[in-house]
Design a protein around this ligand. Structure first.
Ligand SMILES: CC(C)(COP(=O)(O)OP(=O)(O)OC[C@H]1O[C@@H](n2cnc3c(N)ncnc32)[C@H](O)[C@@H]1OP(=O)(O)O)[C@@H](O)C(=O)NCCC(=O)NCCS
Length: 207
């Protein structure tokens, strides 16, 4: 009889410890998100912002790439196991006030131009699930792609090398290389010329 009570006490203690740990993790994540998205992203220094993104959020940012002010980052934490994170290649520009959702992973290639106010999302709610559970998939953007202002890229989309997403488009399906897509939902409007060889470099003072 005594052992039944002892077992029950141990279970209660374990559950309460798990609740405390969950609460502490959640608080840590909220603080991390606040510092990243309300403080760091507004600092008028690439060096400081990039240092935080690299060292604290473990984002990979290639040489010559720039993340401008106002970035909103979604993440599940700083551990690589829990957070597939964000990888940005070389000479890529993430313009002002973009949103990168690293919860299921975002991979952006070299010389990619992401215009202001672009949202790249990797997680959403399963709207038919009784518990409104989350689901998602990574987004991949190929080298020298160009994403116009206020475009939205939905979870699981791959944008091919050299592809163009017009301003205001909502991209729900993969975009083949060198295709230009526009509209809601985004549909092909034409092809882009291949053989591109430009190198982007965007680093303006106080941007
Ligand atoms: C994608 C883009 C480059 C296409 O330019 P383009 O090849 O010169 O295309 P056109 O203007 O000739 O348009 C071709 C067709 O697509 C349509 N179209 C172009 N952009 C569109 C858009 N954003 N949404 C919906 N349709 C669009 C045009 O109306 C036209 O349709 P029509 O043939 O029926 O008349 C350009 O529309 C765009 O979105 N630029 C991005 C601007 C931007 O974000 N700048 C910030 C840089 S930091």
């Amino acid at each position: 009889m005594r052992s039944i009570f002892a077992d029950r006490d141990r279970t209660k203690q374990a559950m309460s410890k798990a609740r405390r740990c969950g609460w502490a993790k959640d608080l840590g994540l909220r603080v991390l998100s606040y510092i990243t998205n309300a403080v760091i992203c507004h600092l008028p220094s690439y060096t400081l912002r990039h240092a935080w993104y690299r060292l604290v959020l473990r984002m990979e940012i290639g040489s010559g790439s720039s993340i401008l002010r106002g970035l909103y980052v979604y993440c599940h934490g700083i551990s690589r196991q829990r957070n597939p994170g964000i990888t940005i290649g070389r000479n890529t520009v993430i313009n002002r006030n973009c949103c990168l959702d690293g919860r299921r992973g975002v991979t952006i290639g070299d010389n990619v131009s992401i215009s202001p106010h672009v949202f790249i999302l990797t997680e959403q709610h399963d709207i038919d699930d009784p518990a409104f559970a989350t689901e998602g998939a990574p987004v991949v953007i190929g080298n020298r792609a160009f994403v116009g202002t206020r475009a939205i890229i939905l979870p699981g989309v791959t944008i091919g090398e050299g592809a163009v997403v017009a301003t205001g488009a909502v991209v729900t399906r993969d975009v083949p290389p060198y295709s230009v897509v526009a509209g809601v939902p985004a549909r092909p409007i034409r092809k882009r010329r291949s053989g591109l060889d430009y190198q982007l470099h965007f680093r303006h003072f106080l941007e």
